[in-house]
Design a protein around this ligand. Sequence first.
Ligand SMILES: [Zn+2]
Length: 108
Amino acid sequence: MKTAGQPGTLPQHLVQRRCVECGYDGALLRDGAAARCARCGCDLRRRPARSYAEMEGMVVRAPPRRGPSPEKLSHDLQRQRLQRWLAFGLLAMGLLLVVFLAVAAIAM
Ligand SMILES: [Zn+2]
């Protein structure tokens, strides 16, 4: 009977994470951190890549980091900044229009 062990003591082929759909275990999988399998396109967020050791319950490892990638965070930040500037521009134009109308009303 197998017992639970440390990942370091198990052979590499048992701890190498692979796509559960097609078995791909290459570098493009980024040890299960990639969003999709590079070979079959399997959604690794819904079906995370796992090693044989994990599937057999020989090791329990924390799942790969979830959440948006740094590129997406940077893109969201840029979009947020653009939206703030657009809102500021619209507000400034609205204020200028109000001032212009007030001056025009006084001048009449
Ligand atoms: Zn795959």
